[in-house]
Design a protein around this ligand. Structure first.
Ligand code: ZN
Ligand code: ZN
Length: 212
């Protein structure tokens, strides 16, 4: 079975997920938006070997602790190429929203793209490119679950009024990619509580608009 442990981290209460196969002691991390020490401690407690840290997108609240986590756990940091410019702008955003204490920003070791797969023990994890919130936003799919970053939340969707945001792209990512996943898939968003594809199809007002 694939296991998911969530931590709420950083100045904007972002979700960081440890996704792992307990039989194989292998796992990945989805987003490290702060509190690197807390993330590392959880990984140590679970006794899981982390191969990759996957960024759903490069807004600072999802990558703030990426450098620390990547260095301590010696794993590869992956994001989509279309968000590299945001990674480069991260120090500016951190100064603006958090303060002058800017940590070192992680360099990507490789890139995520539509159809990219990686193994987590016995499980295959697959990447969907779901732009709109940012150009390089991705969703990460495995057996019965999907990490949606800031593309889809319980009851709402990601903002598209930040630089690089695009409302039409977001609607397309939702209707063509995320909403074609099975209803019972559990959605783990970048902020807030989990939900399911079916529940969002039924009651998320932005999905209703995206479907038209
Ligand atoms: Zn974001
Ligand atoms: Zn966010």
């Amino acid at each position: 079975m694939i296991n998911v442990k969530k931590l709420v981290v950083g100045p904007l209460s972002s979700n960081a997920y440890v996704v792992y196969d307990s039989d194989a002691n292998a796992g990945i991390i989805v987003d490290a938006g702060g509190d690197g020490t807390k993330i590392v401690a959880l990984v140590k407690r679970l006794d899981v070997k982390i191969s990759h840290l996957c960024g759903t997108h490069a807004h600072f609240d999802h990558i703030l602790a990426a450098k620390q986590v990547k260095d301590v756990l010696s794993c590869e940091f992956l994001i989509h190429k279309d968000d590299v410019w945001l990674l480069e702008r991260a120090p500016e955003s951190i100064k603006k929203y958090v303060g002058d204490d800017v940590p070192e920003i992680a360099e990507p070791d490789g890139y995520l793209y539509e159809g990219y797969t990686l193994e987590v023990g016995q499980h295959i994890v697959k990447v969907l490119h779901t732009p709109g919130h940012t150009p390089g936003s991705v969703s990460i799919v495995s057996d019965g679950l999907v990490f949606t970053g800031d593309t889809l939340f319980a009851g709402t969707v990601g903002r598209t009024d930040f630089p690089g945001g695009n409302a039409e792209q977001l609607a397309e990512s939702l209707s063509k990619k995320l909403m074609s996943l099975p209803d019972d898939y559990v959605v783990y968003p970048g902020h807030g509580r989990p939900t399911t594809i079916g529940a969002e199809m039924k009651s998320n007002p932005f999905i209703k608009i995206a479907k038209r």
